[in-house]
Write a protein that binds this ligand. Structure first.
Ligand code: NAD
Length: 489
C-alpha cells in the first residue's frame, strides 16, 4: 500500500463483524459486496452467524449500565467528535456509499452531510433530556417524571441510505443512553462498518455499538427479537418486512419504531410557479435515482398546467446524465440490482399498456455495464396504473392530471401508505388548507425535499410508527418513569 491507509483499506475481510470493540472474522465466512454501477466487487465482508448475533447482544448488554452512567455531556462529546470525524472523512465515506450503493457522487456527498448532522443534533439533545414535576389534585403527593434509556436496541437498516439510516438511529440511541446492535443491509454493509470505525476513533466504549453484517438477515434479527435483553427494535425498510418484524416484536411486547415504505404524491396546482415545481419535482423524484422512501412517486398536476409541466419536465429528464459515480458528470447512478431494474420495467410496461405515453427518456450510454434504467417521464397515466399505486423505487415519474380538489384528495389519500407528500402552489393559504387534508407524515410545500435532522421524520398509516430526528427521535429510545412521592407532613 503506497498511501496512508483509508477507512476502506482498513475494512479487510478478517475484521468485518464489530462486537464488543473487536473486529472479528465471520463465523459463516465472507460475502461479496457488489458495485451496482459495474458489478465489480468492492468489498468482501465477514458473514456473521447466529452465535455472533447473540455475542453482539452479550456485548451490548455488558456495556449498558456503564454507558447509561456516562454523564450526558460525556455521551454528547462522543457524538460531537463522531460528527466531526464524519466530516473529516466525508470524501472517503461518499466514495464508499457510491461504490456499494451506486448513487451519484453529489447524492453520496449530500448523504454524508445529512448523516453526520444526526450526530451533531443528538450531541446537542443528549444534554437536554428534561423531565416533569407535578402534584396530585388532592395535594400531598408529588410526581417526578424522568426518562430512562429503553435498553439494548436492535437497529435494522436498508441499502438506499447506508449512512443516514444508520446514524438516524445510532445517534439518538446513544444520546438516550442505550447500547445497540446494528444489522446493515447485505448490499451496503461497508458504510456502517466505516461509521463504527469512526465511533471507535471518537472514543466510544467497547460494546456500545456492535455491527453485524450477515447474509442471514431474518435469522439474525429474529435471534435478537427473541433475546430477553433486547428491549427495542428500530427498523427502516419495506412495509412488507416491517409487518413481519412487528409481528415478531409483539411476542415480547417490544418497543418498536418503524420507518417503512412510501408512495409520495407530488401535487401541482393551477397557480403553481411551474419553474419552481419542475425544479422541486426533479429533486423529489431523482435524488438517489428515485430510490428513496420519500421519492415523489406520482405526480398529480392540474389539467390546466399539465401540458406545460410535462413539456418542461421532459426537457429536464431528457438531459439527465446517467452513469457511474466515478464519472464526474453523472447525475443518476444505477439501480441497486438487476431485479429492481426488471421490476421497474414491468411498472412502465403496465402503464404503457393502459394508455400512458413516454414523454421523455434519458439517454443510457452504451458503455454502461451495471444495473441501469433510463430515467423516464410518463404522461397521461391512468390513476389506477401500477406505477401510481405501488412504490416505484426507481427513476420513473408518472404524471396524472386532476380537475377538482375532491378528485385530487381521493387519489392522493387512496393508499395505505402515507410517508411524504409534496405540494406546489403560489397561494400559501390554499396550499396549507390542502396540505392539512393530505394523509402523509411530511408535506413539502414549494420544496422538493423534506428530510431534516431537526424535523420529526416519519409516516402515517402503513408507512410506519414513531419518528426519527428532532426531539421525538430521542424519545423513541426512552421510557418514561415517574416517582410518586409524598413528603408532606
Ligand atoms: P427491506 O425491507 O428489504 O430491507 C431492510 C432491512 O431489513 C435490510 O437490512 C434487510 O437485510 C433486512 N431484512 C430483510 N428481510 C428481513 C426479514 N425477513 N427479517 C429481518 N430483516 C430483514 O428494504 P430495502 O429494500 O433494503 O429498502 C427499501 C425499502 O425501505 C423501501 O420500501 C423504502 O421505502 C423503505 N425505506 C423507508 C425509509 C423510511 O424512513 N420510512 C427510509 C429508507 C427506506
Amino acid at each position: 500500500m503506497d498511501h496512508a491507509p483509508t477507512l476502506t483499506d482498513r475494512l479487510s475481510p478478517s475484521e468485518g463483524v464489530f462486537i464488543g470493540g473487536q473486529w472479528l472474522a465471520g463465523n459463516d465466512g465472507t460475502f461479496d459486496v457488489e458495485n451496482p454501477a459495474d458489478k465489480s466487487i468492492v468489498g468482501v465482508v465477514a458473514n456473521a452467524d447466529l452465535v455472533q448475533a447473540t455475542q453482539a447482544v452479550d456485548a451490548a448488554a455488558l456495556a449498558a449500565s456503564a454507558w447509561q452512567d456516562v454523564s450526558p455531556r460525556g455521551r454528547s462529546d462522543v457524538l460531537m467528535r463522531t460528527f466531526r470525524l464524519m466530516l473529516d472523512h466525508a470524501d472517503e465515506l461518499a466514495t464508499l456509499i457510491s461504490q456499494e450503493n451506486g448513487k451519484a457522487a453529489a447524492d453520496a456527498r449530500a448523504e454524508v452531510t445529512y448523516a453526520a448532522e444526526f450526530f451533531r443534533w443528538y450531541a446537542e439533545e443528549a444534554v437536554r433530556a428534561g423531565g416533569d414535576y407535578g402534584s396530585s389534585p388532592a395535594g400531598g403527593v408529588r410526581t417526578v417524571v424522568t426518562h430512562r434509556p429503553v435498553g439494548v436496541a436492535a437497529l435494522v437498516t436498508p441499502w438506499n441510505f447506508p449512512a443516514a439510516m444508520a446514524t438516524r438511529k445510532i445517534a439518538p440511541a446513544l444520546a438516550a443512553g442505550c447500547t445497540v446492535v446494528v444489522k446493515p443491509a447485505r448490499e451496503t454493509p461497508l458504510t456502517a462498518l466505516a461509521i463504527a470505525r469512526l465511533l471507535e476513533q471518537a472514543g466510544l466504549p467497547a460494546g456500545v455499538v456492535n455491527v453485524v453484517p450477515t447474509l442471514r438477515s431474518a435469522d439474525v434479527v429474529q435471534t435478537w427479537l427473541e433475546d430477553s435483553r433486547v428491549r427495542k427494535l428500530s427498523f427502516t425498510g419495506s412495509t412488507e418486512v416491517g409487518r413481519v418484524l412487528l409481528a415478531q416484536a409483539s411476542r415480547r411486547v417490544l418497543n418498536a419504531s418503524m420507518e417503512l415504505g412510501g408512495n409520495a404524491p407530488f401535487i401541482v396546482t393551477s397557480d403553481a410557479d411551474l419553474d419552481a415545481a419542475v425544479d422541486g419535482a426533479m429533486t423529489a423524484k431523482f435524488r438517489g435515482g428515485g430510490q428513496a422512501c420519500t421519492a415523489a412517486n406520482r405526480f398529480y398536476v392540474h389539467e390546466s398546467v399539465a401540458f406545460e409541466f410535462v413539456a418542461r419536465m421532459a426537457d429536464r429528464v431528457s438531459a439527465l446524465v446517467v452513469g457511474p459515480a466515478s464519472e464526474p458528470a453523472s447525475q443518476i447512478g444505477p439501480m441497486i440490482s438487476g431485479r429492481a431494474v426488471a421490476a421497474t420495467h414491468d411498472l412502465i410496461d403496465d402503464a404503457l399498456d393502459r394508455g400512458a405515453r413516454r414523454a421523455a427518456v434519458a439517454e443510457l450510454p452504451s458503455h454502461l455495464s451495471g444495473h441501469y434504467l433510463a430515467p423516464t417521464l410518463l404522461a397521461d397515466v391512468p390513476p389506477d396504473a401500477r406505477v401510481v399505486q405501488e412504490e416505484i423505487f426507481g427513476p420513473v415519474a408518472p404524471v396524472v392530471t386532476w380537475r377538482t380538489e375532491d378528485d385530487l384528495l381521493r387519489m392522493v389519500n387512496g393508499t395505505e401508505l402515507g410517508l411524504a407528500a409534496y405540494l406546489y402552489s403560489s397561494d400559501l393559504k390554499r396550499a396549507m388548507q390542502l396540505a392539512e387534508k393530505v394523509e402523509a407524515g411530511m408535506v413539502g410545500i414549494n420544496r422538493g425535499l423534506v428530510s431534516d435532522p431537526s424535523a420529526p421524520f416519519g409516516g402515517l398509516k402503513q408507512s410506519g410508527l414513531g419518528r426519527e430526528g428532532a426531539r421525538e427521535g430521542l424519545a423513541e429510545y426512552q421510557e418514561t418513569q415517574y416517582f410518586s412521592v409524598d413528603w408532606s407532613d
